[in-house]
Design a protein around this ligand. Structure first.
Ligand SMILES: Cc1cc2nc3c(=O)[nH]c(=O)nc-3n(C[C@H](O)[C@H](O)[C@H](O)COP(=O)(O)OP(=O)(O)OC[C@H]3O[C@@H](n4cnc5c(N)ncnc54)[C@H](O)[C@@H]3O)c2cc1C
Length: 496
C-alpha cells in the first residue's frame, strides 16, 4: 500500500533531483530504489577492488549486439551512477541544442533552446554546489549567475600542463566540479573519478539532492525496492507500479528515472493489451537512439618528469569542441581523468606490471570524448526478459580525429610520448537517448516537459530523454531537465 501522490522510480541524478524539487511542495513523494545505500568499507578507496575485482559491479548480465553476455558497469545504489561519477557538472553548450553538422551526420537539435534551459542550469548548479570559473572557457554559453563556488585547485603537474597548453596557443579552462575536496581527501588520498562516494566528498545525487529531500517528512525512500512493471488503467493513465516482490503501489503521478537502459527496459517489460509494444511507445522509439560517448584515455608522458598528482581532474580543453574537423566539424571535449594507478592500468590494458608502474608514475591521464549521434538502430531491447544492448556507435571518425589532434597538441606542449586507448564498451557511463524528447508524438517518447506523449501522468526524468548526447558529461543537464519537469508538475497542480 502507498498513499504517495508521486512515485519516483530510481534515486539517481534524475530521480533524486525530482524529489528535491518537489519536496517543499508538500506532495507525498515515495522514491523506490532498487539498490541499497553504499556503505563505507575497505573497498571504497581500493583501486584493486574497484577496477580489477569489479567489487561494485552488479550481479547482472546483459547481451551485446551479437547476443554475447557481459557484465555491465551500471551501478545500482542509492544515488545511482552518480555515486561513482567524476563529478564534472558542466552545461551543454548553446550550439548543442540546435542541429549541428558532424563528421558522422547531422544532429536533430532539441525542442527547447539553451536560453530556456539556462535558469534550470543555474538551479542545478546551486543544488549541486558546483565549483567553477565563469568566462574561462571560450565555448561556455551565456550564464545569468556565477558558479556557487570558485574552481578546485590544480595540482602542480596540472598547473604546468595548463601553462604549457596556453603557451602553444590553446585555451585550457577549469572543469566545473561537484566535489568538496577537503572532505573527499579526508577519507583517503585517491582520485574520485569512478571511485564510490561513501563520505559525502562528492556532490552526487544522494548528497546533493536526496538528503535534502528526505529532510521533508512528506518524502520517503524505499531501498531494495525494484520496480518490475508499470501498470495502466482508464484513459491509458499509469495507475501505479509493481515491485519484483509482487507488491503493487498506486499513485496519481509516476516519475520514471531508472537510468537510460533500465527505464527503456521497464517500459518495454510493461507491455499490456492496451500497449502491446510497451508503455509510452506508440512512436516505437522506446529503447532506440541509445547513445554513449565515444571516449579514449590519452596518456601523455615526459620520461624524466614524475606526475605525483592525486586527483588530477581539474582541467579541460574545448578548442576542438565546435570545430577541428576537415570541414570545420566539431570533434569533442578533452578533460583530465582521475589519476590512473598502476593497478588501474593493469586492469584495463595488457601492460606488464613493471611497465604499468613506470607509466602510471609519469603519465598525465586525459579523457577525450566525442559526440555519439542518435541512430534508431542503436537500441535497448528485451530478449526473453534479458536486456540486450545493441550499441551502434557513430561519429567514430570525429573521435579518431580528436585523439590525433590531441596527440599533436600534447607533443607540441612538451609531452613527447602520447599513448591512447579507447574505453571499454561494457561500461555505458554516459548512456542516454532511449526515450527521446520531442514535440511530435509520432517520433518521440516525451514532450519538452519530460511528460510521456501517451500517458498524461507519466514523466521520465533521467538520461533517456536526451535527444542528443553532445560531447560533455550529462549529469548537470539531467538535473536541470528534472528541475524543469518538477516545475511543470507543480504548475499543472498535478498530484497536489
Ligand atoms: C564511472 C562513471 C563516471 C561518470 N562521470 C560523470 C561525470 O563526471 N559527469 C557527469 O555528468 N556524468 C558522469 N557519469 C554519468 C552520470 O553518472 C550519469 O549520467 C547519471 O548518473 C545518470 O543519471 P540517471 O538519473 O539517468 O540514472 P542513474 O544515476 O543510473 O540512476 C538510476 C537509478 O535507478 C535505480 N533503478 C534502476 N532500475 C530500477 C528499478 N527497476 N526499480 C527501482 N530503481 C531502479 C538505479 O539503482 C539507480 O539508482 C559517470 C558515470 C560513471 C559510471
Amino acid at each position: 500500500m502507498s498513499d504517495a501522490q508521486v512515485i519516483i522510480i530510481g534515486s539517481g541524478m534524475g530521480g533524486a533531483t525530482m524529489a528535491a524539487s518537489l519536496a517543499a511542495s508538500g506532495r507525498r513523494v515515495l522514491i523506490l530504489e532498487r539498490g541499497d545505500y553504499l556503505r563505507a568499507s575497505a573497498h571504497d578507496r581500493d583501486d584493486g577492488s574497484i577496477f580489477r575485482d569489479g567489487h561494485y559491479r552488479p550481479e547482472e548480465e546483459w547481451l551485446d549486439g551479437n547476443g554475447a553476455p557481459f557484465n555491465p558497469g551500471n551501478y545500482y545504489f542509492v544515488g545511482g551512477n552518480s555515486k561513482f561519477y567524476g563529478a564534472v557538472l558542466i552545461r551543454f553548450r548553446r550550439e548543442d541544442f540546435s542541429p549541428l553538422k558532424h563528421i558522422g551526420g547531422t544532429t536533430p537539435g532539441w525542442p527547447i533552446s539553451y536560453e530556456e534551459m539556462e535558469p534550470y542550469y543555474c538551479m542545478a548548479e546551486q543544488m549541486y554546489s558546483v565549483r567553477g570559473k565563469a568566462g574561462d572557457d571560450p565555448t561556455e554559453p551565456p550564464r545569468s549567475a556565477d558558479y556557487p563556488f570558485g574552481p578546485l585547485p590544480d595540482e602542480p603537474a596540472i598547473a604546468e600542463l595548463r601553462k604549457r597548453l596556453s603557451s602553444v596557443g590553446f585555451h585550457p579552462s577549469f572543469l566545473p566540479l561537484g566535489v568538496d575536496l577537503d572532505r573527499w581527501l579526508s577519507r583517503a588520498k585517491t582520485p574520485w573519478d569512478a571511485f564510490p562516494d561513501t563520505n559525502g566528498g562528492k556532490l552526487d545525487a544522494e548528497t546533493g539532492a536526496l538528503n535534502a529531500a528526505l529532510k521533508h517528512e512528506n518524502v520517503t525512500l524505499r531501498t531494495n525496492a525494484r520496480v518490475q512493471r508499470l501498470l495502466t488503467g482508464e484513459g491509458n493513465r499509469i495507475t501505479g507500479v509493481e515491485l519484483s516482490c509482487g507488491e503493487v503501489l498506486l499513485a496519481p503521478t509516476v516519475v520514471l528515472a531508472a537510468g537510460a537502459v533500465q527505464s527503456a527496459a521497464l517500459l518495454l517489460a510493461s507491455a499490456n493489451d492496451a500497449n502491446p509494444s510497451g508503455l509510452a511507445n506508440r512512436s516505437d522509439q522506446v529503447g532506440r537512439n541509445f547513445m554513449n560517448h565515444n571516449c579514449s584515455a590519452v596518456l601523455a608522458l615526459r620520461p624524466f618528469k614524475r606526475n605525483d598528482s592525486i586527483y588530477q581532474k581539474t582541467l579541460m580543453l574545448n578548442d576542438f569542441y565546435l570545430t577541428g574537423g576537415r570541414n570545420g566539424e566539431p570533434l569533442g571535449n578533452v578533460q583530465m581523468l582521475g589519476k590512473i594507478s598502476s593497478t588501474i592500468l593493469q586492469a584495463s590494458s595488457p601492460l606488464p606490471g613493471p611497465v604499468a608502474n613506470w607509466v602510471a608514475r609519469h603519465s598525465l591521464d586525459i579523457y577525450a570524448m566525442s559526440e555519439d549521434l542518435p541512430d534508431p538502430q542503436s537500441r535497448v531491447t528485451l530478449e526473453n526478459g534479458q536486456i540486450k544492448l545493441n550499441w551502434k556507435r557513430s561519429n567514430w571518425d570525429a573521435h579518431l580525429a580528436l585523439v590525433a589532434k590531441l596527440k599533436r597538441v600534447l607533443r607540441k606542449a612538451g609531452y613527447p610520448f602520447v599513448l591512447a586507448r579507447p574505453f571499454d564498451r561494457r561500461t555505458p557511463s554516459h548512456q542516454c537517448g532511449t526515450a527521446k524528447m520531442g514535440l511530435d508524438p509520432v517520433t518521440s517518447v516525451v514532450d519538452a516537459n519530460c511528460r510521456s506523449h501517451d500517458h498524461s501522468n507519466l514523466y521520465i526524468t533521467d538520461a533517456s530523454v536526451l535527444p542528443t548526447s553532445a560531447a560533455v558529461n550529462p549529469a548537470l543537464t539531467i538535473a536541470a531537465l528534472s528541475i524543469r519537469a518538477a516545475e511543470h508538475i507543480q504548475a499543472n497542480n498535478e498530484a497536489a
